[in-house]
Design a protein. Sequence first.
Length: 432
Amino acid sequence: MFLKTTLAEVKDYVGQEVTIGAWVANKRSSGKIVFLQLRDGTAFIQGVVVKNEVSDEIFQLAKSLTQETSIYITGVVNVDERSPYGYELAVSKIEIIHESHDYPITPKNHGTEFLMDHRHLWLRSKRQHAVMKIRNEIIRSTYEFFNDRGFVKIDPPILTNNAPEGTTELFHTKYFDEDAFLSQSGQLHLEAAVMALGRVFSFGPTFRAEKSKTRRHLIEFWMMEPEMAFCEFEESLVVQEEYVSYIVQSVLKNCQIELKTLGRDTSKLEKVQAPFPRVHYDDAIKFLHEQGFDDIQWGDDFGAPHETAIANHHDKPVFITHYPKAIKPFYMQPDPTRDDVVLCADLIAPEGYGEIIGGSERIHDYDLLKQKLEEFNLPLDAYQWYLDLRKYGSVPHSGFGLGLERTVAWISGIEHVRESIPFPRLLNRLYP
Ligand code: 4AD
Ligand code: MG
């Protein structure tokens, strides 16, 4: 009987003969030996076919294998210190499942547009595989972090009639006879859930019809949103810095091979340990003026170059706190000591990756919230349920949203968010 396993599991079978279902990622051959780069989704390992050790038929078959052909391959597992995974397969038998011809992505350089058009195949490559594994580790450790701290996972609706982050970036759709939008953020519904469950989090897709074409913007992206009752602004910052440290340290611990594949400088990630610096918006403006940025005034929002200048001054993510109320959403609690800024913070990642978290304390006073809704021209009837939360035992509460793809891009050290999600939705891309 043959022993069927996976490339990631071969470590348990050193010296034994195993069979693996795999694809031929690449191949090199000399007269007497064929090196097969095998992948099965769990790992990338080399199979070695030696002319004198297999039948002529198997050797010819190995020599003729084309890129991405699927096979069952049998061989003895050997330790190989040069391989990142530590093992190789001394091949004895190969059985073709399906032959692949003219695979479009070859080891040569392809342009980004070409690769994006072939995203359904590009995902198979080593670097993309590594990014998806890191994305998965961030998701896994996120659930672990929040579950360990008693947060309950809540799934807010995707189809809504509210606009937490402003009405200009909404995806509009018909909901039978009514108008509806795709969710920009689950926050408002999480605020209802937190009054039932105390500490909640959601993790789901969110949509922004932003006409931005930058390396940080997606049209559809995944957001991690915790919400905490009886929680004031500074207490929320502590959860944020502990959470971000936790996911970075989890990736360092569990994705060594992937970080190496991507050539990530891990010394920079090792420094990501709570606490993180906090910079008041007023001081951020002063700092930017000292750095020669004459283009920004108190009251303006930061652009990418401003965020990068502030981030470069620190070797950890940095909180920018207390932004002017005029550039933030309606629901943020005013600073009790002055009414021109709100109790909010953006967390800026190092190395130019920009804002990865936006968060705040929420207004918990009924009259103030109602006044804000009116100031922002939001229809009171659509928000009546949200106002209700301030009518029946309202409490201070805070929460935040972490953008998964920006976080994956930063931790992986990749240039653009388009590679941090399996199938990116970009300004000009709905395919594949
Ligand atoms: O700062 P934002 O807009 O905050 C909210 O939506 C709050 N309601 C969250 C909350 O308090 N529960 O978005 C949060 C994060 C940003 O910091 C950024 O990382 C990410 O979501 N993000 C995007 N990521 C990719 N593409 C886009 N177009 C993004 N817009 C926001
Ligand atoms: Mg924001």
